[in-house]
Structures are given as C-alpha cells and as structure tokens.
Design a protein around this ligand. Structure first.
Ligand SMILES: N[C@@H](CCC(=O)N[C@@H](CS)C(=O)NCC(=O)O)C(=O)O
Length: 230
C-alpha cells in the first residue's frame, strides 16, 4: 500500500506538511495526499485523533505505521529510502551524526522558536485583535540577527549548514516558511547584509520540488518521476 500523507489544504501550501511532501518528492517516494479539513474540525474528529492525538497535521501512514511531527516524518522517509534522491542524512560515524543532531536542535530550539515568536507578534496577534508588543518584536529580531550572524559565518565556508551537501537540517528551516515571508525577517537576510544566508535561502526555496509545492499545493504522486536537481 502506498504511503499516505495527511495534510490541511485549507491553509494552503505552508509549513510542516509541505516540508514532509518535499522530502517525499526529493526521495522520489510515491504517496497519496489525504486532505484533512480544519474548517469542519476534521482534525478533532475521532478518526484523525486516533492518528494524531494532538489533532494536528501532517501525519504519515506507511501501511499502518502511523507517524506525526514533521521532522520525525522527514527522518523516517530519508532513512527508509537511502538509495533514492539526495541522501539528506549525515554520514554513519558518531561525530557526523552528533553534528547533525546539534544543527537540528539549533533549528528547532533557536531558529524556529524565534521566527515563530516574531510571526505570533506581527501577524497572529493583530489578526485576533491583540496588541503587538513592540518591545518583544525588537528583542526577538535582535535574537534572530545574532543567530543569522552565526549562520552567515558557517555558510561562508560551505554551501549548506553541515557541509557542501544538502541535509534535512537545511530543509527543516522551510517549516517556518510563513514567518520567513515577513518583511522584517526578509530584511535581515539580503545579499547586502548576509550574502551567504541569502544564497543558502535562495538555494532552498528554488528547489524545483519546493517551487512546485508552493505553486500547486500538495498532490498525490503515483509514480517516481525524474530525479530532482541536487
Ligand atoms: N510540531 C508539529 C506542528 C504541526 C502544526 O502546527 N500543524 C498545524 C497546521 S500547519 C495544525 O495542525 N493546526 C491545527 C491545530 O493545531 O488545531 C509538526 O511539525 O508536525
């Protein structure tokens, strides 16, 4: 049975589900895209809660093996299909794997946390009628600048965060795509102020599979297509 990927089409091609679909596409793994309607609270219905007890998407169903959390799904797919597409994982030795874990923790605990908090302040709070805390915004943007300065140093020596090959750690940054479209964040990663971060981000967001997902949304893929550009 083909892998199923549960996602929320009503929100458009954003965040986690899109990155899970990206990794399936990059690894040339056929899958069935199963929409979950957030407007009708399908994500809070018993069938979905039995797959994802927190009532969220994405969820992967691999022939009855159920897995949720975007980053866990991506790791599962990359490990299950090492021979397809770009490797996306660290080499086998302990130090390489530990450096991968280190960078993955930075993405989740530092990068994702700060850009999500910025989005909460500048987009979500006004949307729900709450006052924006400008002090918090300034503080968070300062934290992001410090982080991006470290990334700039790393990326001045190599193409991607862990070396000259793309890994899941790079792709995990796309989970925050909604936040990354905010002007206040875009301004911190221009070719003038952080050229290597800008180049890295352009490389990630111009991957053909990502561009397609952003334009067309998440679609079932019944067969393996030609390899993606690496
Ligand atoms: N950490 C989770 C977050 C998933 C998440 O926030 N999903 C959103 C859609 S992008 C969702 O299901 N929202 C519905 C809800 O939380 O009620 C992951 O990466 O899979």
């Amino acid at each position: 049975m083909v892998i199923k990927l549960y996602f929320a089409p009503v929100l458009g091609p954003i965040g986690g589900a899109c990155v899970a679909a990206l990794v399936l596409n990059e690894k040339q793994v056929p899958f069935e895209a199963v929409p979950v309607n957030l407007h009708t609270y399908e994500h809070r219905s018993q069938p979905h809660l039995s797959r994802q007890p927190f009532g969220q998407v994405p969820v992967l169903d691999d022939n009855g093996f159920i897995l949720y959390e975007t980053r866990a799904i991506c790791r599962y797919v990359a490990e299950k299909y090492p021979e397809r597409g770009p490797r996306l994982l660290p080499g086998p030795d302990l130090q390489e794997r530990s450096l991968f874990e280190q960078a993955a923790s930075v993405e989740f605990a530092n990068f994702f946390a700060v850009v999500s908090a910025i989005r909460m302040e500048v987009t979500i709070k006004p949307h729900i009628g709450m006052e924006v805390d400008q002090g918090s915004v300034a503080l968070l943007l300062g934290q992001l600048e410090m982080l991006l300065d470290v990334y700039e140093g790393i990326l001045s020596k190599r193409a991607y965060l862990l070396g000259n090959e793309l890994t899941l750690v790079d792709l995990f940054h796309l989970i925050a795509i909604s936040a990354m479209k905010l002007g206040a964040i875009r301004e911190l990663m221009t070719p003038d102020n952080r050229p290597n971060v800008a180049r890295w981000w352009a490389a990630l967001t111009s991957r053909p599979a990502w561009v397609r997902l952003q334009e067309e949304g998440i679609k079932s893929k019944s067969s393996v297509t030609q390899p993606e550009m690496q």
